[in-house]
Design a protein around this ligand. Structure first.
Ligand SMILES: Nc1ncnc2c1ncn2[C@@H]1O[C@H](COP(=O)(O)OP(=O)(O)OP(=O)(O)O)[C@@H](O)[C@H]1O
Ligand SMILES: [Mg+2]
Length: 403
């Protein structure tokens, strides 16, 4: 078996390594449920969706949509309508929506491949009433899709980010969207299956605005890191694919140094090692691994880690941003897990408030958010970073900044 390491893009085909049993589990789950696929950034969620897209199983017809940039319910509907045009059969089933509309009707005589999806979206926006009546269109789509033999599988990537964006603009609109979406999923005759993907947790956003009930029908599937054995095989396969020879001890050292085996971090480290070996003309050794890990992986510029840092600004409210940074800095400096109470005392100190039941509740809420967003893990009343490499990166770059 030969694979190419992908460092950033979506790995497809054989390059999406391991995960065979997870893909099986997803298919079998989708037979009975709509699914929310959760994992931290860069664990391979989009890659998993592309495995389903590239190797569809009857009766499902998978469609992929990335809704990260979407900020309104009507744009979501336009995206959904446009995405159905990726599949000729599903496109035909929904053509009825446009009977009588001049511009669009004419366009739809063409086959899927000939339609410019970008132009199609512009048409929907400018020449139809989808913007105003998005909910009605939503109902009609589901109704039309129910009539066919096929089962559309709509895979909606970065769904929680879209929900967060809409919540910031218009909570009322989000409320209507989430209710429509829930009823679309639960229609008794519903043929359409949904697979929602995301790396921030949907639940706290929805909980804060009383909408948690609109997603309680979703089955949650969590994608974990590679286990030890898969990480080892992944690196070994990447090395033999390059026709290189590296001792098993060195491979194990790469596995160990990363800590939590995030596929992306393994790919970046091994790719950097390949580059180093080529430029230096020397074999890969444990010393080279240590050096590349600390000089290249832990540098401030690595976008993967920067995301964890910047995301606090984007998704945490007001005082929480600084509180979270201070607590994470404290955790990054600690040799091991830290007692919950030690963190709480630090939280009170940085917030300049005394202990009250309200303060404690807010602290626990913040810690739960950090846990849901994969920054920290809780074990026997102690917290630690959930990922050793992220901990070292935080310590190197910010450990002494937020004190
Ligand atoms: N199974 C895998 N095999 C090989 N590489 C992988 C695998 N899963 C993830 N990766 C690595 O992680 C990167 C991101 O993969 P992917 O886009 O599928 O993850 P994601 O969870 O959707 O990430 P994001 O949260 O950033 O959207 C890839 O470029 C690759 O380096
Ligand atoms: Mg993704």
């Amino acid at each position: 078996m030969s694979i190419n390491l992908v460092t950033g893009g979506v790995p497809r085909g054989q390059d999406y390594f391991g995960r065979e049993s997870f893909i099986e589990q997803l298919w079998s789950r989708l037979r009975t449920d709509n699914v929310l696929l959760l994992a931290p950034r860069r664990y391979g969620k989009t890659g998993a969706m592309f495995q389903l897209l590239d190797n569809p199983r009857a009766p499902f017809r998978p469609i992929f949509i990335n809704v990260e940039p979407i900020e309104s319910a009507s744009d979501f509907m336009i995206e959904l309508l446009a995405s159905l045009r990726q599949d000729d059969r599903l496109a035909q089933m929904t053509n009825k929506l446009w009977e009588g509309t001049k511009n669009i009707g004419k366009n739809l005589k063409k086959s899927t491949a000939q339609i410019d999806i970008g132009m199609f979206k512009v048409h929907l926006r400018e020449h139809t009433d989808v913007q105003e009546n998005w909910a009605l269109y939503g109902e009609k789509i589901i109704e039309l899709l129910e009539k066919g033999q096929d089962r559309p599988l709509l895979m909606i990537d970065e769904f929680p980010i879209m929900v967060h964006h809409i919540a910031q603009h218009n909570i009322d609109e989000l409320r209507r969207l989430m209710r429509w979406f829930r009823s679309a999923r639960l229609t008794p005759k519903a043929k359409t299956r949904f697979l929602l993907g995301g790396s921030i947790n949907l639940m706290p956003t929805l909980d804060a605005i009383g909408l948690i009930g609109t997603v309680n029908d979703l089955a949650i599937e969590k994608l974990g890191p590679f286990d030890d054995e898969t990480a080892f095989r992944f690196i070994k396969t990447a090395i033999t694919s390059q026709k290189m020879v590296v001792g098993e001890g060195v491979i194990q050292h790469i596995v160990d140094i990363i800590g939590t085996h995030v596929p992306y971090l393994l790919s970046v480290l091994v790719t950097s090692l390949f580059d180093r070996q080529r430029t230096k003309g020397k074999p890969i050794t444990n010393e080279m691994v240590d050096d590349v890990f600390s000089t290249e992986l832990l540098s401030r510029a690595t976008p993967f880690f920067n995301h964890y840092y910047r995301r606090l600004q984007d998704y945490y409210a007001g005082d929480e941003v600084r509180q979270a940074k201070v607590l994470l800095s404290l955790l990054s400096r600690a040799a091991g897990p830290v007692q919950r109470d030690t963190l709480y005392q630090e939280y009170l100190r940085v917030s300049g408030i005394p202990h009250t039941s309200d303060a404690l509740e807010k602290f626990l809420w913040l810690m739960q958010k950090l846990e849901n967003d994969f920054y920290v893990s809780l074990f026997e009343n102690k917290y630690d970073f959930s990922n050793r490499t992220i901990k070292l990166w935080w310590q190197t770059n910010y450990g002494y900044q937020f004190v």
